[in-house]
Design a binder for this molecule. Sequence first.
Ligand SMILES: Nc1ncnc2c1ncn2[C@@H]1O[C@H](COP(=O)(O)OP(=O)(O)OP(=O)(O)O)[C@@H](O)[C@H]1O
Ligand SMILES: [Mg+2]
Length: 669
Amino acid sequence: MLDDGRTVGEGTREQLMRSCPQFADLMAGGHEEIDRVSGESDLWPDAETTEPAEPALGADVPEDAQADLGGWLTRLPDAAASMAADPKVTRVAQMLKPAKGLFTAALVLIALSSLATVLVPLMIQRGIDEGIAPGDHRRLLFYAILAWSLIAGDWIFYIGQSLFSAKGSESVQYGVRVRSFRHVLGFSLPYFEKEQGGQVMTRLTVDVDSLSRFLQSGLVNGLMSLITMFGIGVAMLVFNPLLAVIALSPIPLVLAATIIFQRLSTKAYDRAREDIGKVNSSLQENISGLRVVQSHGKQSIASQFFQKVSDAYRVSREKAQRYIALYFPFVVFCSQVSNALVLVAGARFVADGTVTPGVLAAFLLFLGQFYGPIQQLANIFDSFQQARIGQKRTDELLAMPQEEPDVVESDRTSADGSRLSGDIRLDDVSYTHDGAVEPALKNIDLTLDQGSSLAVVGSTGAGKTTLVKVMAWLYEAETGRVEIGERDRGGLDRETYRRRVGVVGQAPHLFDTTIAENIRYARPDATDAEVEAAARRSGAILAIARLLRGFHYQVDDGGSNLAQGHRQLIALARAELAGTDLLLLDEATAHLDAASQSAVMDAVAATDATTVIVAHRLATAARCDRIAVMEHGRIVEFGTHDDLLAQDGRYRRLTASAEATVGAPTTSG
Ligand SMILES: Nc1ncnc2c1ncn2[C@@H]1O[C@H](COP(=O)(O)OP(=O)(O)OP(=O)(O)O)[C@@H](O)[C@H]1O
Ligand SMILES: [Mg+2]
């Protein structure tokens, strides 16, 4: 017998009942102690010791970004905001539209900046031919100043285009991220159970990231390089067509190489993207299952497997890089050839007098500027490929079916007062899981009076959880109807219905905030007193009082710094505060000691809500108005505890086997 981290008794059940008061208390399941908890200071430690108040879950995030000097820069364009909220937007390409103006402005500045880049060699040519050659220093100075101004102009254009394109790409990113998240919020539970959250996570992180990295840096630099190259090509042709043709003669070779490179590397990139997906999902699975990995001593196998998938990714990345390694040096080689050709031909033309030394100098400068960007395009191409795949996968995500089109807006109007009232009737309800051979629920008929409680018992895999999820409308019944007050789903839409139904599962999820905020989740406006009352009613108060800092205890990592039983109690308090009409507890008390469990059962007895409790403990079942015994997706016995015991059927056998293994259930009603 453990209490407070210490052994307080040891022995058989009989010995402990005699010698250990804590054990006797535990078995008796009394909960007087819960009623005694009142110490304000334990429950709500005072403000001094409280860290800066946590923002309430779901409360508006403070918008402080707008006030500063660069207010214009940080303000989100309205079009981007409305696009993120628009369920009709299903493609990344559509989300580029709101930033069109910004990208156009950036493009104009890029063109100007490229123009300046092209004009500088022109000034140098003039300086040489009209200044240096005739020895005219004033002219030389004039062109030098012009060239300097062009460089200064270029600098300003560059700043401008950086700002515009940053704003544009950030707002596109925001749109893609928010739109995808809102889309995912609408996925149905069966879909989510099948698709695994991990994959959705990869799409929302890796894919959106690769898209944004390209928009942030690649897009603008790429355009700039292309425009500059085009401008220089034109300038050379205008200057001296013959020399230009000689200078650009390796270009067809470069083009051919580019096409081949593109074909090959696209395939390699697709492959690499697939492999990184495997790396990520292996990582996700092993880290979330770390406890199992360690407890079975399987670290080396997990590590070997991870090494294998990582190596596959390394190889496919290397392949993609190999093409780059072949292609870009080839481009550099072509540029050297160009230079050599221009130098040889240019020297002859200068000797002939058909070309001035200035023009030759300008051509050599041009060539440096022409091939330089191709180098830069290497990195840009890499990020472009990744972005392309990110875009494709985000489009796929946005095309996946939602069970309901965007429901986010309706959150605000939650207090419309619709209630679920009346008796509950399941009529011929069946449900088959995706990919299952046999239905998990087979023609269930069930009637429950309003406000009554029903216990569902049965062996593992009998279909109890499935039944709860169908009743919660998390699953859509395949056949049959779920009527409440003689209307299908109580005549409510899915959103309102779910809000009126409270579901607490075996391992409920808590958010990473304080316990008080977790309980307040469904009703952010609830006062501390209301939170405390809900915790008291659901029997969570004792557990909370024992935690350091009580209601201000900080939950980490979905609740992993709490005992399972604590999590369940907090989830029960959360459902209690939400004030639901139909309460569904799926083994929600499985981890509770007898005292807490009996407090929960008191709360169930006191509430007006109709309650369905899936229970493995027969002590719990015994306290419900009705009991349904499930077997292979059917209800095989139905009645009160006494009826079913009298029937001498399945329920009686379950009771008997429970008594044989853990001793008589001792909770008295
Ligand atoms: N998401 C799913 N996809 C496919 N089959 C499922 C899924 N969930 C449950 N099943 C199957 O449906 C049947 C009923 O499962 P269910 O979870 O309802 O059982 P249960 O009575 O709640 O069991 P337990 O007491 O162990 O919680 C089982 O055969 C189970 O394997
Ligand atoms: Mg279950």
